[in-house]
Design a protein. Structure first.
Length: 202
């Protein structure tokens, strides 16, 4: 009888081992499946919010990574959402000194604002982009974004005419904040290239 029990236990061990390995493999597969499912059902807005949190704590690489993931999840026609994310990326890249990437992000934000008919945001985005060019010393490109061309100073000292750019947009939609920031940046542009009279007139 003891010999029979010993043989039974010895023969059962491989089966138990196989069952254990199978159960372990199944649990790992299910865990991976559920983790993937959770990641796929995460709303892009959550990535955006997590990115904001990371940015506020100074973790800029993580913020960039989270916002990039949000862009991958937002539909291509979610223009307002995508514009906001690109704007966040633009400011972050500018903050860490990646100015060319910042400009690309501002351009992408501007295109989405245009597509969503958000004229005020589009105009202000042009001013933000111009400020990056000012920091790079590319005053001519900055002036083009702000005014479209050389500003025309009218007889009224408080009046100025721009054929295009962010100031023209702000003027058209009666956005005083947009006008003020565009004019301030434009004056800085002319001051930096030595045209002090034009800067003072603006």
């Amino acid at each position: 009888m003891p010999m029979r029990n010993l043989l039974y236990r010895l023969s059962a061990r491989p089966i138990l081992r196989l069952l254990f390995i199978s159960a372990l493999a199944l649990s790992l597969l299910l865990g991976q499946f559920f983790a993937t499912a959770i990641a796929q059902t995460t709303h892009p807005a959550q990535f955006v919010q997590d990115g904001v949190t990371a940015y506020r704590t100074g973790n800029y690489p993580q913020a960039i990574d989270l916002w990039t993931q949000a862009l991958q999840l937002y539909p291509t026609d979610a223009h307002a959402d995508r514009a906001m994310v690109h704007e966040n990326l633009a400011r972050t890249y500018q903050h860490i000194g990646e100015t060319q990437t910042s400009i690309s992000s501002w351009e992408a934000a501007g295109k989405h604002y245009q597509a969503s008919d958000a004229s005020q945001r589009f105009g202000r985005t042009l001013t933000e982009q111009a400020q990056v060019y000012i920091a790079l010393g590319q005053q001519q490109r900055a002036a083009a974004l702000l005014c479209g061309d050389t500003p025309e100073i009218l007889e009224n000292p408080a009046a100025i005419h721009c054929p295009g750019g962010s100031y023209a947009i702000a003027d058209t939609i009666n956005d005083p904040i947009g006008q003020a920031t565009a004019l301030g940046s434009l004056a800085e542009t002319y001051r930096l290239i030595g045209e002090f009279e034009t800067a003072e007139s603006i």
